[in-house]
Design a binder for this molecule. Structure first.
Ligand SMILES: Cc1cc2nc3c(=O)[nH]c(=O)nc-3n(C[C@H](O)[C@H](O)[C@H](O)COP(=O)(O)OP(=O)(O)OC[C@H]3O[C@@H](n4cnc5c(N)ncnc54)[C@H](O)[C@@H]3O)c2cc1C
Length: 421
């Protein structure tokens, strides 16, 4: 085991082969470290493979915001609404929800925006560097995005969000109906007002990215091993070994926990409790949508997005606070399709494939990118919520900086695992 802050660490074990784990492996491999990535499942499954594909550089507004509590009951009662709560999960949700309500306070909300913006401002350059390294630039579309609104009221309500985005360096161009049609002639009459921002990119298929990145890492000597980690053995103030579900013992030198929504279970074993919840999101990918959509579009008022991908049009969103174990409820995906039809009346929904993923959600929407406070050789990278793909590559760099003892060039306090103590 090495002491934190020195740069003699050579062997790093990462738990999690999602996009965050792979981004960390990429950064550490560039630093000349020996890297092992452990996961219970293959690279081409899981939350990171089926998302909406955005590098959402403009999306810095935390979900918890002042006044949200007034809208929560209406959202929960709306069958097509963006928010759903599984009642059986409610007792488990309370510690997270308490912190969530605290994050709605104006000062906490403003701090959240700044912390997310600091990562998103560095997100696209970090992706481009990785894509150059793996010769994968063709997988990314850099043609910006539209935000679309049906009503003046919702447009006005979001004016503050747009001001915050502009204050953090985002270019935003307000659009009327004609302006929207110039970008997206296929949108129906419900698309009345909007914004275009060029500060946004999207992958044509997030699964393709994961597979390509993992292949590149394998070629460069990163080892991938299937293992379900059930325990962490401690010795001398750090983690000494991992215990697997088939009773193997895997010794570790430096350990990174990037296990998405499951990370809280592992951090708790090390004494670093953090309220992380699975925010379950849904989508449907339509192979022949029958509508011409050119850029990614956020339908902000109805809380869903559409992404033109190489395999079809992906329509997704929803927040279902239902824990890690419950089976998917694909009514949520179908509700999103109904919403999409409001804006895209000619949408062909034949042959769609439905999907659900677990967003690892921190109460304040700010990820944990942090050394353990309890185990000297353990580092955390989880809780990226709705922005895990966007923030993955910059997270990788920051973790590599932590392990190498380099100055990350960023105040890391907002991302600490013990920020709720
Ligand atoms: C509908 C939807 C749309 C989204 N759209 C976007 C988007 O457009 N842009 C964006 O930036 N983000 C988006 N996201 C969020 C993004 O997908 C997630 O934030 C991101 O995938 C999280 O990556 P991760 O590597 O932290 O976790 P994961 O991808 O969940 O990876 C964690 C890995 O850890 C493994 N693991 C966990 N516990 C153990 C254990 N004990 N032993 C072994 N292995 C373990 C799991 O098997 C898993 O493979 C979206 C999410 C959803 C659901």
């Amino acid at each position: 085991m090495t002491t934190p802050g020195n740069n003699t660490a050579r062997h790093v074990t990462i738990i999690g082969n999602g996009i965050v784990g792979l981004a960390i492996a990429h950064a550490l491999n560039r630093d000349g470290m020996d890297v092992i990535v452990l996961d219970r499942g293959p690279v081409d499954e899981g939350t990171s493979t089926g998302n909406a594909g955005a590098i959402a550089s403009a999306e810095m507004i935390p979900i918890a915001e002042p006044g949200l509590w007034k809208r929560i009951p209406g959202m929960l009662l709306d069958p097509l609404g963006p928010l759903h709560l599984r009642l059986a999960h409610l007792p488990h949700l309370l510690p997270w929800f308490y912190r969530f309500m605290q994050a709605c306070r104006p000062a906490d909300h403003a701090r959240g925006i700044a912390a997310i913006a600091a990562l998103l401002g560095r997100a696209l350059p970090a992706h481009l560097e990785m894509l150059e390294a793996i010769k994968g630039r063709h997988m990314l579309s850099e043609n910006g995005t539209l935000f679309v609104y049906r009503s003046e009221q919702a447009y006005a309500h979001e004016a503050e969000h747009w001001q915050a985005r502009i204050d953090h360096g985002i270019d935003a161009f307000p659009l009327d109906r004609d302006g929207i049609l110039q970008h997206e002639p296929g949108l129906g009459p419900e698309a009345r007002l909007g914004y275009f921002t060029p500060n946004w990119a999207h992958y044509r298929d997030p699964k393709e990215l994961l597979v390509a990145l993992a292949d590149d890492l394998r070629r460069r000597g990163v080892v991938f091993e299937q293992a379900e980690i059930t325990g962490v053995e401690r010795a001398g103030g750090g983690a000494s070994a991992l215990i697997t579900s088939d009773a193997r013992r895997i010794p570790v030198n430096e350990l990174v926990i990037a296990a998405g929504a499951w990370s809280g279970r592992l951090s708790k074993q090390l004494g670093d409790s953090f309220p992380i919840e699975a925010d379950r999101g849904y989508n449907t990918t339509l192979p022949n949508p029958g509508v011409d959509i050119r850029t990614m579009i956020t339908f902000a008022e109805d809380n869903f997005v559409v992404t033109p991908m190489q395999m079809g049009l992906r329509i997704g969103g929803a927040v279902e606070m239902g824990g890690l174990e419950a089976a998917p409820n694909y009514q949520r995906s179908r509700a999103l399709i109904q919403l999409a039809r409001r804006y895209l009346p000619d949408l062909n929904v034949e042959g769609g494939s439905e999907w659900m993923g677990h967003r690892p959600s921190a109460p304040d929407s700010v990820p944990v990118i942090s050394k353990s406070r309890q185990a000297a050789n353990v580092h955390y990278a989880f809780g990226h919520g709705h922005l895990g793909l966007s923030m993955s590559m910059i997270t990788g760099r920051l973790v590599a900086d932590m392990i190498a003892g380099r100055d990350p060039g960023l105040d890391m306090a907002p991302y600490r695992i013990d920020r709720y103590r």
